[in-house]
Design a protein around this ligand. Sequence first.
Ligand code: ARG
Length: 569
Amino acid sequence: MFRSLLTSRLRSAFAAAQIDVPVDFDVAVTLAADTRFGDYQSNAAMMLARQLKTNPRALAQSVADKLDVADICEKVGIDGPGFLNFTVGKEALAGKLAAIRADEHLDVMRVEQPQTIVIDFSAPNIAKPMHVGHIRSTIIGDCLARVAAFAGHKVITDNHIGDWGTQFGMILHGWKTMLDHEALMRDPIHELVRCYKLVNAAAKNDDAVMNTCREELVRLQQGDVENLGIWRKCVELSLSQLRGIYSRLDIRFDHFLGESFYNDRLAPLVDELLAAGVARESDGAICIFFEDIPELADKPCIIRKSDGGFLYATTDLATIDHRIREWQADQVWYVVGAPQSLHFQQIFAASRKRGQRARMSHIAFGSILGPDGKMFKTRSGESVGLLEVLDEAIARARAVVAEREGFSDGEKDAIADVIGIGAVKYAELSQHRMTDYKFSWDKMLSLQGNTAPYLINAFVRTRSIFRKLDGQAVLTDDITITDPAERALAMKLAQLSETVHDVLVDFRPNLLANYLYELANAYHAFYEACPVLRSEGSVRNTRLVLCDATSRVLQTGLGLLGIKTTERM
Ligand code: ARG
C-alpha cells in the first residue's frame, strides 16, 4: 500500500540525509488532510526540526533531496512550515488498480505476523432481558472479527453467554409457579424474561418470595436434579433461539462457552492463585491486590466471597486460562460496554500478575438513545431486544420496497431483509463506538446520506453496468487514468488496504464505514463525469476496471461490516 511504502522510503531518506532520528520518534506518513496539496502528507521533518531546534523547511528540503519515490510519486512538495506532500503518479495508480483487479483479496496487505485473536462479544444473559449493549457488542464484535481475519489474523470467536448466576433463583421460582409453557415454546427468551421480571418485582415487596428464590438458587448450586434439569432446559431453549437470531444476522461463533462451562474450575483456580501468592485472604474473602497500580491500589479484585461463592471475575480468570492454554491466544478482545471498564482493568491486571503475556483489550462503547435523546425503546414501548429491532427494521424496509415494480414478493422479502438488517448494522458501525448515538429509523433506512441503503444502492449501480454488458466485458490491464474523477476514484480504491489496517489500530469500524461512503461518493462523481459504455479502447477498459473494482470493494467492504448486498433493489 502507498502509505507504508512512502513511510519506509521516508525513513530511508532521513538516514540518507544523515539525520539522527530518535528511537521513539515516529516517522509517519498519513492521508492528506487536504487533497489539493497531494494524496499523502508527513509532518515528520517539521516535528523533528522542532525537537532538534533547526529550520524545518531546510530539514524538509534535505530529506526531500534524498527521497527516492520516483516509482510512486509524480510530485513531492514542501509546503507551509515544512510539510512534505506526496502526489501519487498515474502509472503507480494504474499499477495498483491492475493489482486490485487481479487479486481476490483486492490487494489488501496481510499482516506480517498473524496473531491468534480470541474475540469475546455479544454474550447475552440467559433469562435476563437483552439490552442495547448486547446489540452493540454483537454488531461491533462481528465486524472486528471479520476485519481481523481479512487482515490475516487467526480469529476465534467465543460467545461468553451469561448462563449461570443469581437470576436463576428467580427463574426457577417463576418456572415452578407461573410459566406459560405454550409461550415458552413460541418465544422462550421472551417468556423467561417475563417470568424473571414478575418474580423480581414480587421479591422486592415480599421477603418470603425473595427467600424462596434464594433457596431455589442454593439447591441449583448444590446440584439438585430437578433444578439442574430446569436450568439446562432454560439454557437450551434460549440458546437455540439465539442461534436463530445470529443466523439471521449472518453472525457465527466458533464457540459458545458460557459462564457455566467454567464452574468446576473456579475452586481449583482460587487455590492455585493462593498457593502462588497472587491472591490472599482479606476479611474472610480471597482477593487479588494491585498495590503497584495506582488506579487499582484501593480496588482489589475479589475472587471468592467470605461465604465461599465465586464471582464474575473468577469466571473471567478461568476463561482467560482456557483461551491461552487451549487456543494459544496471543490476544483477547472483549467487546463489552463501558460500565464494565473497572472489571476488565482488574482481570487484565490479575492476568499480568500471573505472568500471562497475552495482550488484552477492552473494546468499550457508549449507549444507544432513542430519537428523543432518551433511553431507546421499541414501538411497543418495551426496552429493546435485538429481535424486536430486527423485525421492525425489516418490516419498515419491506414497506419501502413494496412500492417497487418488477419484483416478485419473494424478491421483495429478500431485499427487505438485506436492507433492514444492513441498515441496523450500518447505523451502529458508522458511528465512533464511544459516542452515544441516536437511533432513527428514518435516517438509517434513507437512500440518501451515509446509510446502508445508499451504499447498497451504489453497489447495485456498479452491477447494472455489467448486467447491460451481459457478460461481454473482458477487462485487461490496459489502464490509463486521465480524467480527475477517474483519478479520485482510483485513489480511493487504492486506500482500502490502509483503511482495513487502521480499523484494527483502535478498533474503529467507523473508519471503514466512512471510507465506503467516500468511495460511493467518488463513484457517483465519476459516473456523472465519465461515460463508460459509450467510451472506447483504453478509456473504456479503464472505466470498466474502475466500475468492477468499485463493485468488489463495496461488496467486500460491506461484507467486512457484516452487511450483505443485493444485485437489484
Ligand atoms: N454477560 C455479560 C453481560 O451481559 C457480558 C460478558 C462479557 N464477557 C466477559 N468475558 N465478561 O454483561
